[in-house]
Design a protein around this ligand. Structure first.
Ligand code: MG
Ligand code: MG
Length: 255
């Protein structure tokens, strides 16, 4: 069931979104060669705590996971697509890093992710990150009241496929609100003119997850969380929580 949000609830969602944006900004600022993923986790934790917010990922325990998630951020490096655990791994020159973060403010959640490279990077990684950000931007532009989720998925996925990139199989965006994951599910591919019709008050996270070599398959590490590309190819992930309004989509996780 899809729950539409009232204007006063959107205000709180925007507050949560601002905290998430600030945390991601701080992590990106700190991310350089030699820094550990757990240090980045601490940076995000401090921002969230200082804001009086609550981390959404820490202790999150969906039915498919063997253990609660142990971090405030997901830190996914190189062939890790999503859900990487922020451990003592040190960032190395040329790493491609995706950071995903969520936070609650007074019971309302926001969820966002960024990808970037560290140190001397290869042009293919820069292009992959740009393609992922562009896919997200197209999805947001398509998220107009009266249009349908199939239009959003098509806007995200069609150019991705055309450019020869893969998309993480079985994963996509989702409603956001009192819980981090709500209905509806938002596919990163779609048929124009199909699916749930967007209306003001709908809040969704859009999150394209691109795989450089054009494959879609992934494997799960023994930790039960870390999703890697099956091919070993690099991946990038970009996400915003947005609200559908009469005046167009509003990015709740913008800085
Ligand atoms: Mg996320
Ligand atoms: Mg999400």
């Amino acid at each position: 069931m899809v729950e539409l949000k009232a204007p006063r609830e959107l205000v709180l969602l925007r507050e949560a979104g601002r905290v998430v944006a600030e945390a991601l900004d701080a992590v990106r600022e700190r991310a350089e060669v030699g820094v550990t993923l757990s240090e980045l986790d601490r940076v995000a934790a401090e921002v969230i705590e200082r804001a009086g917010a609550t981390p959404a990922f820490l202790g999150y325990h969906p039915s498919w996971a063997p253990t609660p998630f142990p971090g405030v951020i997901c830190a996914s490096v190189n062939d890790v697509v999503v859900h990487g655990i922020p451990d003592r791994t040190r960032l190395a020159d040329g790493d491609l890093v995706s950071i995903d973060c969520g936070a609650f403010v007074r019971g309302w959640c926001a969820d966002a992710a960024i990808s970037f490279t560290v140190g001397e990077c290869c042009p293919a990684d820069t292009e992959l990150v740009a393609a992922t950000d562009a896919a997200l931007a197209r999805g947001i532009s398509a998220a107009q009241s009266g249009r349908q989720l199939g239009d959003v998925g098509y806007a995200i996925g069609q150019p991705v496929r055309h450019a020869g990139y893969g998309l993480l199989a079985d994963h996509g965006g989702h409603g956001v609100g009192r819980a981090m994951h709500e209905d509806p599910f938002v596919y990163n591919e779609g048929r124009p003119g199909h699916g749930y019709r967007l209306r003001p008050g709908l809040v969704v996270a859009l999150e394209p997850m691109l795989i450089a070599d054009g494959t879609d398959e992934y494997v799960t590490d023994r930790d039960g969380w870390t999703l890697r590309t099956a091919s070993g190819s690099r991946a990038a992930h970009s996400e915003h929580t947005i609200a559908i309004t009469d005046d167009g989509p509003v990015i709740l996780t913008a800085p």
